[in-house]
Structure formats: structure tokens, C-alpha cells
Design a binder for this molecule. Structure first.
Ligand SMILES: Cc1cc2nc3c(=O)[nH]c(=O)nc-3n(C[C@H](O)[C@H](O)[C@H](O)COP(=O)(O)O)c2cc1C
Length: 195
């Protein structure tokens, strides 16, 4: 099943300076759900297509060699979805709520179970390493940082909160999300309404 996401906004209420100033990691969330518009905005910030040059589609975050190794997943109460940047759509990869299992795979950090939305930043290391060799690994981690910071700032602008989580069992997270073997999780970012 593929879900077309609403067109993301190109203008917001908050300046980039205000978003940087206000950004804090949030680990307690209110009960409100995340709307499809908000999810669309967050995914666009993380990895959306923002332009085209020489026939190459370029994205919201820089990428070594414009190879774009990131794979973004979203887990909600309804299922697990993979973000398709070119179509700006979601592909459902699993039905049902896996947040409890994700929480267990992440050292019982309870805000992962409690968040209405959990974004997972994964990457295909081979894409970048096939051009840059071993050095490609550091490029992939740097790129995950760019995507994560965009998510932080976009959440701030939407009045939402998030936290970048690096403490989890890689294999367990991969199993819970049923990720392809070459999609390696780097960050988990629960998202929710601030209290
Ligand atoms: C690589 C990395 C891994 C992190 N892992 C976790 C984590 O597993 N759990 C958590 O609650 N916060 C995690 N954080 C968030 C930091 O604790 C947080 O950024 C730091 O305390 C500074 O607070 P601030 O983000 O509100 O400025 C991580 C941050 C980074 C950059």
C-alpha cells in the first residue's frame, strides 16, 4: 500500500535562528497524534527532494557524491512505513504497532513506546562505500546527523518535540522493523506534542 503525502510547506512561523535557539531534546509527550501534514513536513525535512541540477534530484540534506544512502522509516500506532523521497509518499512495510517492541530494543527508553510517531534513520552503507571505500562509513554517519538535525529543527518549527536516540540494539531494531539486511539503523527519533 502506498500513501501519497500532502505537499510540504515551504514557509513556517519560526525563523531558523529561533528554531536553533529553542531546540532541546524532548522525552515527554502529550497525548495528541501527529497529523499526516506534520509527518509529511518532517519526512521532507529529513530527506525530501528540494531541487534538480544536471538531471540529478537533490535533497534537503547534503550527501557525499549525492549518493543518498539514507532510508527513513516511520512507525505509528497503525504500522511501519518507508519514506519514498522521489514520490513524496509512504510505502507500508508492516501492519500494526511495533513501538512497544522498539522500546524494548532501545534499552527501555519509555518515550519510544509513548511517542505517537517514531522516525528511524537507517542507511545503505554500500552506496557510499562503493565510491569512497572505508571512508564512506564516516560520510554516512555525518549524513545521518544532517537528517537528524533537520528533523529536530522542523519539529521545533511545528511545535513538536523529538530526541535523537543512539542507544539501541542494532540487530533487534532491524528485526522489529523487518528492515532489509542492508538498511542499517543509525538513529531513532520519537516525535510527539510537547507537554
Ligand atoms: C549520537 C547521539 C546519541 C544520543 N542518544 C541518546 C539516547 O540514546 N537517549 C536519549 O535520551 N538521548 C540521546 N541523545 C540526546 C542527548 O542526550 C542530548 O542531545 C543532550 O543531552 C543535549 O541536550 P539537548 O539535545 O536538549 O540540547 C543522543 C544524542 C546524540 C547526538
Amino acid at each position: 500500500m502506498e500513501i501519497k503525502l500532502p505537499e510540504p510547506k515551504r514557509k513556517g512561523e519560526l525563523s531558523v535562528e529561533e528554531a536553533i535557539l529553542r531546540r532541546r531534546s524532548v522525552r515527554e509527550f502529550g497525548s495528541g497524534k501527529i497529523t499526516l501534514e506534520e509527518l509529511s513536513q518532517i519526512l521532507w525535512a529529513a530527506q525530501g527532494i528540494t531541487g534538480e541540477e544536471w538531471g540529478y534530484k537533490l535533497r534537503s540534506v547534503p550527501s557525499a557524491g549525492a549518493l543518498y544512502p539514507m532510508e527513513i522509516y516511520a512507525a505509528t500506532g497503525e504500522g511501519v512505513y518507508r519514506y519514498l523521497p522521489e514520490e513524496h509518499s509512504l510505502k507500508q512495510v508492516q501492519k500494526g504497532d511495533v513501538r512497544e517492541e522498539l522500546y524494548r530494543a532501545s534499552l527501555h527508553q519509555d518515550f519510544i513506546r509513548d511517542a505517537p510517531l517514531v522516525i528511524v534513520i537507517a542507511a545503505v552503507f554500500k552506496k557510499t562505500k562503493s565510491k569512497y571505500g572505508e571512508r564512506g562509513a564516516r560520510y554516512v554517519y555525518a549524513e545521518a546527523g544532517h537528517a537528524s538535525q533537520n528533523i529536530y529543527l522542523q519539529c521545533e518549527s511545528l511545535g513538536l518535540g523529538t530526541v535523537a536516540v543512539g542507544a539501541f540494539y542494532d540487530e533487534a531494531v532491524q528485526k522489529v522493523l523487518k528492515l532489509p539486511r542492508n538498511h542499517k539503523p543509525i538513529y531513532i527519533m520519537p516525535v510527539g506534542r510537547k507537554l
